[in-house]
Design a protein around this ligand. Structure first.
Ligand SMILES: N[C@@H](CCC(=O)N[C@@H](CS)C(=O)NCC(=O)O)C(=O)O
Length: 292
């Protein structure tokens, strides 16, 4: 692999299996299942297959917010899809998400099971299903959805672009880091200006737009999180983002949602599978390991 100005792409690109970088072992240029594997199913109507990454956490925050708001129909089972082990390519998972990426949800409360993939789509599905965290007024709803879709369109520059080259690529390359750092800082500035005049992204009320953006851009500004890039991006200068970040971080449902399906970090901050509200008290990884 070369990243010098001398690199001349071949006429037809071919797959070099060992091109290095974290996650190189799970990346493929084709889609579809690699092996047969049925998905587990728990007792609740909502079955979530996910991992505690920013895209996964959006959905567990939403489910915990719905439960906190009294929507008991939002009880859910959260199962781990270990993307480093290739679980996303199991036949059961591919059947609910042909794109092989977490998160994916199955709702068994509908006449036939409803599969939902793409985190933004899952947030909107749940918001509509429970009539919560998305405004009813058409203009306010449009503002909320604009920010929700802003996140879906913007985060690939942050994750797949900046995060990949800053934290995961086999070696540091100035050109892509420079290009994507500039774009991510521009995005932070977009958010900062919006949040200078509005408490939340959609206006006065907390919505699925905040739940989608916070795990990416809120967590990005935290000293110890997401690519370890807070200082590099001078995230402390985005004062309105920090104010919004802290307000959302203090919500109990966010504290709960953040640790579901998490497989790294302090053991008391990892609830690898979630099947019941009591799991937060009884089944975090520190307690499970102490009981072994
Ligand atoms: N646009 C998708 C992106 C999902 C996504 O990129 N998920 C990552 C983890 S955060 C994944 O499953 N990666 C596994 C892979 O690429 O094979 C969404 O928002 O749901």
């Amino acid at each position: 692999m070369a990243d010098t100005p001398e690199y001349v792409p071949p006429k037809v690109w071919t797959w070099e299996r060992e091109n290095g970088g974290r996650f190189a072992n799970i990346n493929r240029p084709v889609s579809g299942a690699t092996h047969e594997k049925t998905l587990p199913r728990g007792e609740h109507n909502l079955q979530l297959y996910s991992l505690g990454t920013p895209n996964g956490v959006k959905v567990t925050i939403m489910l915990e917010e719905l439960l906190a708001a009294g929507h008991s129909g939002a009880e859910y089972d959260a199962w781990i899809i270990n993307i480093r082990e290739g679980d996303q390519f199991g036949s059961g998972f591919v059947a609910i998400n042909p794109n092989s990426k977490i998160p994916a949800l199955v709702d068994y409360s509908t006449p036939a099971p409803t599969r939902v993939f793409e985190s933004g789509s899952i947030l909107l599905y749940l918001a509509d299903k429970f009539g919560a965290f998305v405004p009813e007024d058409p203009s306010e709803r449009a503002e909320c959805l604009s920010w929700l879709f802003w996140q879906m369109g913007s985060a690939p520059y942050l994750g797949g672009g900046f995060g990949h080259f800053y934290a995961y690529a086999p070696y540091k390359m100035e050109y892509p880091i420079d290009r994507f750092a500039m774009e991510v800082k521009r995005q932070l500035d977009v958010l900062d200006k919006r949040l200078a005049e509005n408490r939340y992204l959609a206006g006065d009320v907390y919505t699925i737009a905040d739940m989608a953006v916070w795990p990416w851009y809120g967590v990005l500004t935290m000293a110890d999180s997401l690519y370890g890039a807070a200082e590099f991006l001078d995230s402390q200068s985005y004062k309105n983002v920090l104010r919004w970040r802290d307000e959302i971080a203090a919500r109990d449902a966010v504290k709960r949602g953040r640790i579901v399906n998490k497989t790294s970090g302090p053991l008391d901050q990892q609830l690898r599978e979630r099947h019941d509200a009591s799991d937060f008290e009884l089944r975090t990884q520190d307690k499970l390991e102490a009981a072994e």
